[in-house]
Design a protein around this ligand. Structure first.
Ligand code: SER
Length: 318
């Protein structure tokens, strides 16, 4: 990787991935691609170049790729699962038509391309416990349908044109920096904000609902490590199961309560979120990621909880 473009650089993953890439490769080598209305600010704006890079506008992306001699693109443009259910056409336009644009740019300009998939690419008929790398993918959300398409199109461009496409299936990502907004796994972020603000948490997901989750530093590390991996070792490409921790609401609540004894939680289940959560794996088998490119998470629930509480207390001045 010499010069990198991050599309969606002001979003949930992009805002932190851009900064992490700049730390590793130098600020001037990592372009923050954004859309109008979501302009970079503060450190993100000041630490390197930024350019408009809307996935629905292929020409604009080509201009940026040429201007900065880009060789690697992280395409993070997407709507999350819950919000996508309200805007299915838009979710497809961004997630699939947008990807097609980026794949074409990558093909013509010889760029490697990372476009994340998700636990959302699985559905009710997928084996839910230790979900295998290669298994049934029949999601019933537009988010999932577009993520499966993302995986297939990315593999297609690799097989047909040799475009160096690689991806992971991210679990729910937890971070204290940019809030996710519109995902099914967002509760696992929101719960920390409630704990630090001294508020009771109202959980939209039913007790006993297991989902894979990951702490942001591990998620960033995974994306970068995969893009730097030796291609001759990769049997799979789009996309690798990525596991780190799996828990239900009562488990994360108990983990927080050990540090915040007065913290309270009640359940008020959101039917759409619950329906989506029920269709996703309880826990994925990520042995292919471990054996093909050395994936190894650093954070478990306890380590993440300690760090989240500490960082959020500073951020919220509590
Ligand atoms: N975090 C995402 C969501 O909940 C899943 O990848 O939509």
């Amino acid at each position: 990787m010499k010069n990198v473009l991050v599309i969606g650089a002001t979003g949930q993953i992009g805002s932190e991935l851009t900064m992490e890439l700049r730390k590793r490769y130098g600020g001037s080598h990592v372009v923050a691609g954004y859309i109008i209305g979501a302009e970079p600010k503060g450190e993100l704006l000041e630490s390197g170049p930024s350019e408009i890079a809307d996935v629905t506008d292929a020409e604009a992306i080509v201009k940026v790729v040429k201007k900065y001699d880009i060789d690697t693109i992280y395409n993070l443009a997407a709507l999350l699962s819950v919000v996508a259910e309200s805007w299915p056409r838009l979710a497809w336009k961004i997630g699939v038509d947008g990807l097609w644009n980026v794949l074409e740019v990558a093909r013509e300009h010889h760029c490697a391309l990372f476009t994340p998939s998700s636990i959302g690419s699985f559905g009710l008929t997928t084996p839910h416990v230790m979900t295998p790398q290669d298994t049934i993918q029949r999601p019933t959300t537009i988010y999932g349908v577009s993520k499966v398409t993302t995986e297939l199109l990315s593999d297609y461009y690799f097989l047909k044109y040799g475009v160096d496409t690689r991806a992971v299936r991210f679990p729910g990502i937890i971070s204290y920096v940019t809030p996710p907004g519109g995902g099914t796994t967002d509760y696992a972020v929101d719960i920390y904000y409630s704990a630090v603000r001294g508020e009771k948490f109202v959980c939209p997901i039913k007790q006993g609902t297991l989902m894979d989750m990951i702490y942001m530093p591990d998620a960033l590390h995974a994306a970068i490590q995969l893009m730097e991996a030796d291609p001759t070792k990769l049997v799979h490409r789009n996309a690798f199961n990525l596991a780190s921790m799996s828990f239900a609401p009562e488990t994360i609540y108990a983990a927080i309560k050990r540090h915040v004894p007065e913290f309270e939680m009640e359940y008020k289940v959101d039917p759409l979120k619950q329906h989506i959560a029920d269709s996703w794996p309880d826990c994925m088998d990520d042995s292919c990621a471990r054996s093909e490119w050395g994936w190894q998470p650093q954070y478990d629930l306890e380590a993440m909880t300690v760090d989240m509480l500490e960082k959020l207390r500073l951020k919220l001045d509590k």
